[in-house]
Every structure is written in C-alpha cells, then in structure tokens.
Design a protein around this ligand. Structure first.
Ligand SMILES: [Fe+2]
Ligand SMILES: [Fe+2]
Length: 165
C-alpha cells in the first residue's frame, strides 16, 4: 500500500464521510448514532493530530504559497475540536445531540472540500513523490500514539505559533 501523505489523508476523509452518511440515514437508530459519533470523534482526533503536527507545519515550511490555507485549516480544526469536546460529554438522548453533530458534519465537509480541492493539489505539485511518501510513513507511525481526544486549545496554539514564526 502506498504511504503517500495525500492518499492517506483522503482515505481518512472517505472513512469519516461514510460514517456521516450512515448517521444521516432515516433508518439509523439512536443507539447506532451514538456509536457512530464516538467513532467519528476518535477518527477525527487522530486525523487532525497527524495533520496538525506533521503535514501542516511541513507543508507550510516547504510551500509558503499555502501557508494562509494551512492557517485557515488550523482554525477549522479548532472549531471541530470545540464541537467534538462538547459532543464527547453528550449522549444521543440529549436534545442538542443531533443538531450539534450536524454542525460538526457541515464544518468537516467544508474543511475537507477546501483541503482536497483547493490546497492539497498545490502540495501534490510542489512536493516530490518521495517527500510525500516519507511524510505519509511518519503519519502512519504517528497514528499509533496519537491522542484519541480533541486537541486542547493550548496545544493547538503551540503548533500554530511554530508555523507563524
Ligand atoms: Fe484532512
Ligand atoms: Fe484537516
């Protein structure tokens, strides 16, 4: 299997998109919705962690033309972290559960569209296959030890500060 960083991240996006579609199906039970949300929060925490700490800073350094896109992406991750932290404290019986997860899905879908359509193609062009493969291999390894909870604002600020400076 390829370890290409962009292929790897797009596969993660697909996995989450499939769970979103299952959540939205009219026939999906409340209990199953709860399981889906738990799994989505886990997958998003791991995915954003490897982007936050590996892909985003390295890409922003290698390709200054995507730095602004990376900074916007960090802020979108932050919004999803806030929603995720709130959802983690809720059950499917909560009257705000579906509404909150719906807003999370809207945010993630928007974010994924910007990554895949707007700036990942610039990364694909600007970095070599070897660079992308090597970065992907490190992201696969980092998944093993990635936190399964949303990134706290202080930790996110640290990675953003390193990109800005
Ligand atoms: Fe992503
Ligand atoms: Fe992202």
């Amino acid at each position: 299997m390829s370890t290409d960083a962009i292929v790897l991240l797009k596969n993660d996006h697909k996995q989450v998109a499939t769970l979103f579609a299952q959540f939205e199906k009219k026939t999906t039970t409340k209990a199953r919705r709860g399981t889906i949300v738990t799994e989505v929060l886990r997958l998003l925490a791991i995915h954003t962690h490897i982007e936050n700490t590996i892909m985003y800073p390295e890409v922003a350094t290698a390709l200054p033309e995507v730095k602004d896109d990376v900074l916007e992406s960090y802020e979108e991750h932050h919004v999803v972290d806030v929603l995720s932290a709130e959802l983690a404290g809720m059950t499917p019986d909560d009257e705000r559960f579906v509404a909150k997860f719906t807003v999370l899905m809207e945010n993630v879908r928007h974010h994924v569209r910007e990554e895949e359509d707007e700036w990942f193609p610039i990364v694909r062009k600007g970095m070599s296959r070897t660079q992308l493969r090597e970065m992907g291999a490190r992201m696969i390894a980092a998944k093993e030890t990635a936190p399964e909870a949303p990134t706290p604002p202080s930790a996110l600020k640290k990675v953003i500060d390193a990109v800005v400076s």
